[in-house]
Ligand binder design. Structure first.
Ligand SMILES: Nc1nc(=O)c2c([nH]1)NC[C@@H]1CN(c3ccc(C(=O)N[C@@H](CCC(=O)O)C(=O)O)cc3)C=[N+]21
Length: 299
């Protein structure tokens, strides 16, 4: 029987560990971990994600602060807010929700966050530490770190001898995911839109990670029988069966047809998504421990 990987349950156990670490830190005389989430503009999907993050931060016992800036915010004003949060001794973690409105350039904003407060793990210092195999002193990008916990549930920590294919090459996900898999000794391939034959690459993968942003692109005949499939895609598609004008979330993997071929498969929703938020909380509690000069937990 195929294992359907339960991202909600895995996320709940990370959250439990984060909450207990936060409680221990506070009861040893330190302040609560502080997370600042910055959102610019009024994209409804972004607001939904940010509320979920703020809610979870409170549940973990953090001091959670949300900064909502108007759509027409200037680059200068956004950078000034980040500078203020960098200097704020109560703040351990800063997250600037992406994407930003089109007139803003996200890269200088992300790179202006202090690396030790970069709970998204997107600063070049954190990306560089991961790329050089230092997984201990930086902060890991949340979605890859969460996806890796799901991979570990199936295969353990050592992926020696296993072929892994990551489809997608973004700095946000594909590249850091490939680094984590490589660090666990998998043989890693990164496929993308310019790859010659993705289905053929996929058929060699013991671990297939899809992050392309194309609804149900990975089909059953792409899979090596017994592969582990991690679906990172979140696509909103029309769902006429739910009623006129309704939508549903689907991944980058055609779940129903792939499930019988796979050894294990993560669903959408309920797979990697909940892990992303859990790892954001994990990074925040890690950053708070380091700031307090106390040994940080690992996840
Ligand atoms: N600076 C920044 N950091 C991010 O980590 C970041 C971001 N910007 N911008 C947007 C993306 C997307 N993202 C998700 C988080 C949780 C779910 C999640 O929990 N999804 C649920 C379903 C939620 C629903 O029903 O809409 C699930 O897959 O089960 C999904 C996507 C974080 N992102």
């Amino acid at each position: 029987m195929t294992v359907v990987i339960d991202g909600k349950a895995a996320a709940a156990s990370v959250i439990e560990a984060v909450t207990s670490a936060a409680t221990t830190l506070e009861s040893s005389g330190h302040r609560k971990p502080g997370l600042a989430v910055v959102i610019v503009g009024d994209d409804p999907a972004s607001h939904a994600y940010v509320s979920a993050k703020s809610r979870m931060a409170k549940q973990c016992g953090f001091n959670s602060i949300q900064h909502t800036l108007p759509e027409e915010t200037s680059q200068e004003d956004l950078m000034a807010l980040v500078a203020a949060l960098n200097a704020d001794p109560e703040i351990d973690g800063i997250l600037v929700q992406l994407p930003l409105p089109k007139h803003l350039d996200s890269e200088p904003v992300i790179q202006s966050i202090l690396p030790e407060k970069d709970v998204d793990g997107l600063h070049v210092v954190n990306a560089g530490k991961l790329a050089t195999g230092d997984l201990k002193t930086g902060l890991l990008s949340c979605t890859p770190a969460g996806a890796m916990i799901l991979v570990r549930q199936i295969h353990g920590k050592d992926l020696s001898g296993l072929n892994a294919l990551v489809i997608g090459r973004s700095n946000l996900f594909g590249k850091p995911m490939a680094q984590l898999l490589l660090n666990a000794s998998a043989t890693v391939t990164i496929g993308h839109s310019k790859s010659r034959d993705l289905p053929e690459l996929a058929r060699q993968a013991d671990i297939l990670v899809a992050a392309v942003g194309r609804a149900e692109m990975v089909k059953a005949d792409w899979l090596k029988p017994g592969a582990t499939v991690i679906d990172v895609g979140i696509n909103r598609v029309a769902a006429p069966e739910k009623g006129e004008g309704k939508f549903k979330l689907v991944g980058d993997v055609a779940f129903a047809e792939c499930k019988p071929i796979a050894k294990a498969i993560s669903p959408v929703p309920g797979g990697v998504g909940p892990m992303t938020i859990a790892m954001l909380m994990a990074n925040t509690v890690i950053a708070a421990h380091r700031r307090a000069g106390v040994a940080a937990p690992s996840f």
